[in-house]
Design a protein around this ligand. Sequence first.
Ligand SMILES: Nc1ncnc2c1ncn2[C@@H]1O[C@H](COP(=O)(O)OP(=O)(O)OP(=O)(O)O)[C@@H](O)[C@H]1O
Ligand SMILES: [Mg+2]
Length: 399
Amino acid sequence: MSSLSFSDILNKASVFKNKNVLSPHYYPPEMLYRDHELRTLMELIAPAFKGVKPNNLFIYGNSGCGKTAAVKLVLQKIKAEENTRVFTTYMNCRVYDSRYKVIQKLVGDFIIELPRTGHSMATIYEKLLDWIEDDDQGKNLIVVLDEIDAVKDLDDLVYTLTRTNDDLKKGSISVIGISNRIDFKKKLDARSKSSLCEKELVFHSYNASQLSGILEDRIKASFNDGAILHGALNLASAIAASENGDVRYALSLLLWAGELADSKKLKVVTEKEVEDARKKADEDKSFELVSGLPQHQQLVLYALCLSDSEAYSKLVEENGDKYYFSGHVYEKYKSICRKTKVEPRSSRWYREYLHDLESLGLITTIESGKGVRGHATLICPGFDPNKIRVIIEKRILGD
Ligand SMILES: Nc1ncnc2c1ncn2[C@@H]1O[C@H](COP(=O)(O)OP(=O)(O)OP(=O)(O)O)[C@@H](O)[C@H]1O
Ligand SMILES: [Mg+2]
């Protein structure tokens, strides 16, 4: 050990040239196959440079299909214009998850002298208006709200940001909302839906050949020449294509496959490493999802998984999604609590848990229309119930 130096570690043979390029935090300076989406975004924003308010925009599409990457690229282009009228701000609503936090972040980004905390909503809102108007022609602010479905009081937020334009004598605020939960729009009230979704842009999923083009490009920058066999690249693309074209997933498969190859002291990554990386990814993803949840939410999730094997509590919707009666899942939850000697919580708490699980994207709930047992709440799992059941039993309940 005493003779071990950092250069020994750093000079160890590796299939990687630059691992950072595979990181989920890396955004490429160019995008493939998204010319149409980039152009649409730029056309939408362009009026701001002439002092005209751009329409609000709602962007949606599956996970890992380049929504965030495309918007970030366009924001860079706006900044490069060095225009004094158009201002942009980007925030991820998993962090800024309420109207207050979003408005506070806007003020904090642009108005430095205001201390960060302890102000009423009305005060910070007024500050924001003053700042936008404090210019000959007013400023045009573009607010990107990524993962917008995470905002708890979204109707209020959209209403406030939209109303700002009525209160402003000059300048404007436009919102670009991004989500991978296509059905979340249904949750908005009619007024905020129509203001947020003035324009909509869908990012369609990549097919296997597009995925392989994107990966090939990224491999050139991250792996040594020839370190990924063609079969391994094709397999990673095919797996990601079956996961709704998720590039982030494909990149993490390559990263893990490369790390496996390094640990086995291989010079090339083969299909075997990609296959093993997929197994690890599957298990890790599901485990990550449930292991961080509080106990009662895990139990509710488990009850939902078990309901899958009971035909009476299951409805099959026309589009193939399975929905379960919330009442049945609650009964199941209580019976699991009794078996595991945990005090079950009241139905009021249970509804809270459903709400939390929904905001994490683990379930979707809808109210059944009239005719389906009055007005019942129906729950649709956002995951494969069987996989989650196995994870909970093996790694959490320790059966
Ligand atoms: N067309 C593309 N060309 C190059 N890289 C891409 C392309 N599309 C996606 N990527 C890469 O894939 C990864 C995921 O993309 P991104 O974060 O934009 O997905 P997303 O649509 O925002 O997903 P989510 O809904 O989960 O947030 C990023 O590393 C991004 O650089
Ligand atoms: Mg994103």
